[in-house]
Design a protein around this ligand. Structure first.
Ligand SMILES: CC(=O)N[C@H]1[C@@H](OP(=O)(O)OP(=O)(O)OC[C@H]2O[C@@H](n3ccc(=O)[nH]c3=O)[C@H](O)[C@@H]2O)O[C@H](CO)[C@@H](O)[C@@H]1O
Length: 361
């Protein structure tokens, strides 16, 4: 029996959220998932991703279409369910959009978090796992990056919302020792559940490497644009720490278990493999395991991109007992299975117009 039984997952219908829900259900937790469908597909019955998560696990999820900016709605959910811990994924995350609409990002990500924390406190729920990002580090001063690397020199608004929230959580945990929070700094999540039933299906214009590459392999886009081949790296292309989304999901279960038996105040962990992979290397592995050919076009560096970033994930291994298990090959194979089984993503029907809190499961 897990120490925390009932987990509220905000942004549960999204890419990382839905994979995490699968792991939580497999670990024996009860899951209440909420999503406002800002960047997740919905149909007449709710979330197809969560429906498939139920199919994968054979377990039930309680789902609410709900928005963290609507406090009474969230309050009702806390009134109805004995929530032991919150895993907070719900946030806007498009870097370009965040530069054009900073107020939207500050309102959604910061105010959403403030509302959530206030409602949690009112319901005496002080346990949280927060979805942060390696973007808080900005341009690395050294590699691999440890959790003690300075944060805050970030070049985009989306990244700053993650940074501001971490600062807010520091103040909160310093002011009241009842709070027990883990902030997980993800490196570059890719891949999909090995069943091919759930995966990444962004509703907004996306620019991340793996989904773009898969679209090229499918013939939906003509060419993969490589942003810069003159970086100071062995092959001239940018280096990142790609992590399989199922390894990322298990990091949340490990964090939850740790919170269940330790009072940490606020603790921060990197979730990465500890291995840097270049754009060229990733393309080569993808081509090999999927037996496809990706036409490349080299262009100038993308504004705001860094040269190289990979994690030192020692702390998570030593304290949470977590480490990654899945390889770059598996990240590519699993993403490709999801893409070929669902070339147009989840089945999309017309979006519900009303926002109803009804606990559809
Ligand atoms: C500047 C930016 O957008 N940063 C976001 C991006 O990180 P990040 O830029 O690391 O992730 P991407 O998947 O967009 O890019 C990875 C690497 O692939 C290259 N690349 C990407 C797409 C493409 O069409 N061609 C190409 O060459 C990039 O230059 C980079 O070297 O996604 C992360 C989530 O996963 C976010 O946390 C980061 O805030």
């Amino acid at each position: 029996m897990p120490r925390f039984k009932t987990i509220l997952v905000t942004g549960g219908a999204g890419y990382i959220g839905s994979h995490c829900v699968v792991d939580l259900l497999n670990a024996g937790h009860d899951v209440i998932a909420i999503d406002n469908f800002a960047n997740a597909v919905c149909d007449e019955e709710g979330s197809p991703a969560l429906k498939r998560a139920q199919q994968i696990t054979g377990k039930k999820i309680v789902f609410y279409e709900a928005d963290l900016l609507n406090k009474p709605q969230i309050n009702d959910i806390f009134d109805k369910h004995p929530i032991d811990c919150v895993i907070h994924f719900a946030a806007l995350k498009a870097v370009g959009e965040s530069m054009q609409q900073p107020l939207l990002y500050y309102q959604n990500n910061l105010l959403g978090m403030l509302n959530l924390l206030e409602i949690m406190r009112n319901h005496e729920c002080y346990q949280m796992v927060f979805s942060s990002s390696c973007t808080v580090y900005g341009e690395p001063e050294y590699l691999p990056i440890t959790e003690t690397h300075p944060t805050g020199s970030i070049t985009n608004v989306y990244g700053r919302t993650k940074y501001f929230i971490e600062e807010m959580l520091k103040d909160l945990s310093a002011a009241d020792e009842k709070w027990n929070i883990i902030s997980l700094r993800y490196f570059n999540p890719v891949g999909a559940h090995p069943s091919g039933l759930i995966g990444e299906d962004p509703t907004k214009e996306f620019t991340n490497l793996m989904p773009f590459m898969a679209q090229v392999a499918l013939g939906k886009k003509p060419v993969l644009t490589v942003f810069g081949n003159d970086y100071n790296t062995p092959d001239g292309t940018g280096i990142r720490d790609y992590i399989h989304v199922m390894d990322l999901a298990s990091g949340h279960v490990a964090a939850l278990n740790y919170l269940g038996s330790n009072q940490v105040g606020l603790k921060v962990y990197n979730l990465g493999t500890g291995r840097g992979v270049s754009v060229k290397e990733l393309v080569e592995v993808f081509e090999r395991v999927t037996e496809t050919k990706i036409p490349l076009k080299y262009v100038d560096r993308r504004l705001g991109d860094i040269t190289a970033m990979w994690a030192d994930a020692t702390l998570a291994r030593e304290e949470l007992g977590w480490s990654t298990k899945l390889t770059i090959e598996e990240m590519c194979t699993d993403f490709w299975r999801w893409q070929t089984m669902n070339p147009d993503g989840y089945p999309k029907k017309s979006k519900k117009t009303s926002v109803i809190v009804n606990g559809n499961s």
